[in-house]
Design a protein around this ligand. Structure first.
Ligand code: NAI
Length: 245
């Protein structure tokens, strides 16, 4: 018998207003979880929550460590516990090595690395009391293999993968699993700036012959946070149609 149901679980998804985050919030809610999603803009977060069947949509900037801590504590208090956290919020901006500006380094690292770290820290604190929980962070294939023109983003996503591996080692004895997903090219606002040529090239390099959909990442996340994945921790799961092969 499979146990993909998340009935009775309380879940938090950061950056849940669109793309992979919104699809994940919807997938977790459809599996029976009580879902809280966050976005930088409160009204968009509320709209997304109602579209995804989530219980609430709250404003949160993940670069603000105190705000992340307070929000996670608040969700756990209001719902009595916190079982699942998906640290999804992230940004991507391309720049060739010679063109990388200090500001790009700061915003990318503070959002993707520090933002993920703040979220995992706060999640671990909330889950520690119950000695159980499942956390998923959003890495990327470029964090594993590198990408020309994406040095800063790739570095940030390599860090995210290692947040998952290190936190998994630290939190395993507390019953908390931490995994990462490493999507390939998924059709969302993040990749909407890619030229049609770049999309066609990525599709043709992908054994499955196409780009990915947000729901396909969400389905993998739903599996990783479910009891079906009860002996899986510290992994970085590629969801890329075979692009890296
Ligand atoms: P998206 O741009 O559609 O959505 C990103 C979400 O993160 C938005 O809701 C945005 O408001 C939120 N966000 C950004 N900065 C934030 C901040 N400081 N505080 C709170 N929220 C913030 O992107 P997409 O494609 O859905 O990406 C989601 C995650 O998946 C990101 O971490 C991204 O790096 C990662 N990813 C995406 C891939 C793709 O091909 N779309 C491939 C590999 C990884």
């Amino acid at each position: 018998m499979t146990d993909l149901s998340l009935s009775g679980r309380v879940a938090l998804v950061t950056g849940g207003t669109r793309g992979i985050g919104l699809a994940t919030a919807r997938a977790l809610a459809e599996a029976g979880a009580t879902v809280v999603l966050t976005g930088r803009d409160e009204s968009r977060a509320k709209e997304a929550a109602s579209a995804a069947g989530a219980a609430a949509g709250l404003a949160l900037d993940v670069t603000d460590a105190k705000a992340v801590s307070a929000l996670v504590r608040g969700v756990a208090k209001e719902h009595g516990k916190l079982d699942i956290v998906v640290a999804n919020a992230g940004i991507m901006e391309d720049a060739l090595l010679g063109m990388i500006k200090e500001e790009l380094v700061d915003t990318t690292l503070s959002t993707n690395v520090a933002g993920t770290l703040h979220t995992v820290q706060a999640a671990a604190r909330a889950m520690m009391r119950k000695k159980s929980g499942a956390i998923v962070v959003l890495a990327s294939i470029v964090g594993e293999y590198g990408s020309a023109g994406q040095t800063v983003y790739a570095a940030s996503k390599a860090a995210v993968a290692n947040i998952a591996r290190s936190a998994a080692k630290e939190l395993g004895r507390s019953g908390i699993r931490v995994n990462a997903v490493a999507p390939g090219v998924i059709e969302t606002d993040l990749t909407s700036g890619l030229s049609e040529d770049a999309k066609a090239e990525n599709s043709s390099r992908t054994p499955l012959g196409r780009l990915g959909r947000p729901e396909e990442v969400a389905n993998a996340i739903r599996f990783l946070v479910s009891d079906e994945a009860s002996f899986i921790t510290g992994q970085v799961l590629g969801i890329d149609g075979g692009l890296v092969l």
